[in-house]
Design a protein around this ligand. Structure first.
Ligand code: DC
Length: 226
């Protein structure tokens, strides 16, 4: 069987994971897998069903019916499909962030998505980003990175991103939601957001994208060569 390489990039939201992971994947010619998008797709399903995303039994009942698929378009964007419908734009709205955060705390949801994430890494060289990739999904990843930045800087980045997407929000609300999600992600009982013991921690506060990319890419190249 051909050896496939895996780079796990974990960290809180807004640390620059998706942008940097995508750039690294392109530079390495690896597949970029945004696992947050997969949790967000479950969030959309729960909202559509009118279920409470914290209600473990209600969410669990929905899971067997869900058909989640992903495809890459010509620009390399990971498009997400829920029961055949394209939800790529819908998953990015702020309300869905909170749904995704709530459903991602449920063990049934994490178990449901584990196989899909592992299968992608079995069949491809991947740069996979998320919260528990280095600790739970791919514990034997070749390289593990834990990417962070201060909450204020992360909120500022998210705020600018929302403006660019044409769905602006108030900075204070973005910061509040981000702190709420950090708290949910760090304190949940299953797969909490913690660095793997063997992860390289990189703080991107105050860095330009170019600086963070150069540092991250060099770190990955060095580790892959070992
Ligand atoms: O990275 P993101 O903001 O798109 O992730 C959405 C939510 O999904 C976030 O609250 C954390 C959760 N998530 C997770 O628990 N595990 C992952 N591997 C990826 C995301």
């Amino acid at each position: 069987m051909t050896k496939h390489y895996a780079v796990a990039i974990d960290g809180p939201s807004g640390a620059g994971k998706s942008t940097l992971a995508k750039l690294c994947a392109e530079a390495l010619s690896f597949l970029y897998v945004d696992t947050g998008a997969i949790y967000r797709t479950v969030g959309v399903a729960v909202r559509r069903a009118g279920a409470d995303p914290k209600d473990r039994a209600a969410v669990s009942r929905l899971l067997p019916e869900l058909k989640i698929a992903m495809q890459y378009d010509d620009s390399g964007l990971q498009r997400m499909y829920l029961n055949g419908g394209d939800v790529t734009d819908e998953i990015r709205c702020p309300e869905i962030s909170l749904y995704a955060s709530a459903v991602s705390a449920l063990p049934e949801v994490r178990a449901f998505l584990l196989g899909m994430q592992r299968a992608l890494a079995r069949e491809n060289n991947v740069v996979m980003d998320g919260r528990d990739i280095g600790t739970v999904v791919l514990p034997s990843a070749d390289v593990k990175i834990f990417l962070t930045a201060s909450p204020e800087e992360r909120a500022q980045r998210r705020y600018e991103e929302l403006q660019q997407r044409g769905t602006p929000a108030r900075y204070e609300d973005v910061l509040r939601d981000l702190r709420q999600r950090d708290e949910n992600d760090r304190t949940r009982a299953v797969a909490p957001l913690v660095p793997a013991p063997d992860a390289v921690e990189i703080d991107t506060t105050g860095n330009t994208l170019e600086q963070s990319f150069a540092f991250l890419y060099n770190t990955i190249k060095e580790r892959l060569a070992q």
